[in-house]
Design a protein around this ligand. Structure first.
Ligand SMILES: CC(C)(COP(=O)(O)OP(=O)(O)OC[C@H]1O[C@@H](n2cnc3c(N)ncnc32)[C@H](O)[C@@H]1OP(=O)(O)O)[C@@H](O)C(=O)NCCC(=O)NCCS
Length: 146
């Protein structure tokens, strides 16, 4: 099921409060973590390729993202830092539309590769991203207990 009344647009600084509200709403058992740290630059004003979804002017979803220089790919790549949709709007195809729109925006900005870091145990989040063209990349998380 898709929701044609939802408008997806570039994020602006004024949207940050609404985004933090969604973040609070989707915390806890409803939220899967992504592991790239949220950069200060996204909150502080530089929004890069970030987008929001709105229903009649109300922000109901967002993708917080940034463009970084990849030392591996020797080019600019884009990372999704956080993605979130208000619970009442989940499961309606809006997340899928947001990711497709975001990928198009990245592509128009000359980006050739996009990334998101997700937990290997979050099988459902993988099943959300895989049909959108994402697959497991070369980077792996190395860690040590102290
Ligand atoms: C993850 C999230 C953005 C997905 O957006 P959404 O609008 O609910 O997803 P969509 O309706 O576009 O679903 C697209 C596909 O993914 C699948 N999918 C979405 N959520 C799923 C879930 N919880 N379990 C299994 N599959 C799921 C759908 O079945 C759908 O498949 P289909 O196209 O074959 O029907 C949204 O659920 C969310 O905000 N969750 C809370 C925050 C969070 O965990 N964010 C991720 C880490 S930052």
């Amino acid at each position: 099921m898709s929701d044609a009344t939802i408008n997806i647009r570039e994020m602006s600084e004024e949207d940050v409060e609404a985004i933090l509200d969604i973040e609070r709403e989707t915390k806890g058992s409803h939220r899967s973590v992504t592991y790239a740290p949220v950069p200060d630059s996204c909150i502080g004003g530089e929004v890069g390729t970030s987008i929001v979804a709105e229903d009649d002017g109300r922000i109901i979803g967002f993708i917080l993202a940034r463009i970084v220089r990849s030392p591996i790919e020797l080019s600019d790549v884009a990372w999704i830092e956080l993605i979130g949709i208000l619970p009442d709007y989940q499961g309606r195809g809006i997340g899928k539309r947001m990711v497709e729109t975001w990928k198009d925006r990245c592509s128009q900005n000359g980006i050739k590769k996009v990334h998101i870091m997700i937990n290997w145990r979050d099988w459902w989040l993988q099943s959300f991203f895989e049909p959108l063209g994402f697959s497991r990349g070369d980077l792996v998380d190395f860690q040590a207990d102290l």
